[in-house]
Ligand binder design. Structure first.
Ligand code: LMR
Length: 402
């Protein structure tokens, strides 16, 4: 019956992980997937996560019963407080809802699916940044939206194209949906400044656009959880109704546990309840109810003063190692006098650097040097360490010159 089903292309990011794994070359480097690595190039189970897991093993009150459809209450409360701030007016007014989802992807999907079914403007378009994480387009198109791009990356300045972004926001039909990265933009590592966020909010408010934030890197960008939440909190203060997809994959290193949350800021508590009820109905038909393990770790750490502090230290050590790798890579390229300007490597923040390398250059990096990165020139900074950064810089120097 399925002879006519065409084969689909492999996911580019996961394909890089498999290709790297299969490569026998001893000095191979994986700068593909956005997953933290230690100085030894190994995945890192955060010490605070290990501690929380040990506490849970000895907690006889925990069992493997189903969670409620919208997830674990303590987790949802902790997650919404983390992103909005415990003193958020919207929280106090009881108009913030949430749904525990299958990490960030699940949260974006859940929000997108709700919008596809219930957004009042029929035929509304979703705008994503150019470039963005490939899954954004896949998710929004998957639930039936037409997806357009707004300018974001300025190849000339290797920074934000604010002007282009604002022009498109002004030109977009009123009430369009804009997917925004609150911090550590994936793939560019370029974020608007607070003043630029104010300008973005001005246009979005004037045009009645809907803001959907995808927050995968809170605390990971700067090491400061509040600073990384600035844009979301600012939009909430300005009175926007909005969605925030939160992932705890990166900032807790809980990649495979799929711990995520969709925070919903509604106009009134009643509207919040209406939205949550629809999301519960939809969630039941897709995952029935979310998994418990990762969310229990997150809520335990977020609700305990000592564990919370330790988590902050763990976060800072990841953020700082990445910042240090940016500095080392920049220094190496400067030492080698690699043609071009490389300041953007140190100016960008978060997990990724958007190097400006072209697809043909990336191909040579892969084939000649066994360095794996996405074709758009994005590198996962965590894949670098003091042992491979020179090798990588040499390889970049070679492909840029030839
Ligand atoms: C990435 O962009 O590499 C990560 O967010 C992993 C993923 O799911 O694509």
């Amino acid at each position: 019956v399925f002879e006519k089903v065409p084969g689909a292309p492999e996911d580019v990011i996961f394909a890089l992980t498999s290709a790297h794994k299969a490569d026998p070359f001893p000095n191979k480097v994986n700068l593909g997937v956005g997953a933290y690595r230690t100085e030894e190039g190994k995945p890192w189970v955060l010490p605070v996560v290990k501690k929380a897991a040990r506490i849970m093993v000895n907690d006889d009150s925990l069992d493997h019963e189903y969670l409620p459809i919208l997830g674990q209450d303590a987790f949802r409360k902790a997650a919404t407080q983390l992103i909005l701030g415990a003193d958020s007016k919207a929280l106090k007014e009881g108009r913030v809802g949430s749904a525990q989802c299958i990490s960030g992807t699940g949260a974006v999907f859940t929000g997108a699916q709700f919008l596809a079914r219930h957004y009042p403007i029929k035929g509304a378009t979703c705008y994503i940044s150019k470039p963005t994480w490939a899954n954004h387009r896949a998710i929004f198109e998957g639930v039936g939206f037409t997806v357009f791009e707004y300018p974001y990356w300025d190849a000339k300045t290797k920074g934000l194209d604010l002007k282009g972004m604002l022009i498109i926001m002004e030109m977009a039909p009123a009430g369009s949906i804009f997917l925004l990265h609150p911090c550590a933009h994936n793939p560019t590592g370029v974020d608007p400044t607070p003043d630029q966020w104010r300008q973005i909010a001005d246009v979005m408010a004037a045009k009645n656009h809907f803001a959907f934030f995808d927050c995968a890197y809170q605390g990971f960008a700067s090491g400061d959880l509040d600073k990384d939440a600035f844009s979301v909190r600012y939009f909430v203060e300005r009175g926007f109704e909005l969605f925030v997809a939160q992932s705890f994959s990166k900032n807790f290193g809980l990649y495979s546990e799929r711990a995520g949350n969709l925070t919903i800021v509604a106009k009134t508590p009643k509207i919040k309840d209406q939205i949550e009820s629809q999301i519960a109905k939809a969630q039941r038909a897709v995952i029935s109810n979310p998994p418990a393990y990762g969310s229990r770790i997150v809520s335990l750490v977020l609700s305990d003063k000592d564990l919370y502090q330790e988590w902050n230290q763990n976060l800072k050590s990841m953020a700082n190692r990445i910042i240090e790798m940016r500095r080392l890579l920049f220094n190496e390229l400067t030492r080698l006098k690699t043609p071009g300007s490389w300041n953007h490597i140190v100016d960008q923040i978060g997990m990724f650097s958007f190097t400006g390398l072209s697809a043909p250059q990336v191909k040579v990096l892969k084939e000649k040097y066994h360095v794996y990165l996405t074709d758009n020139g994005r590198i996962s900074m965590a894949g670098l360490n003091t042992k491979n950064v020179q090798y990588f810089a040499q390889a970049v120097d070679d492909v840029v010159r030839n």
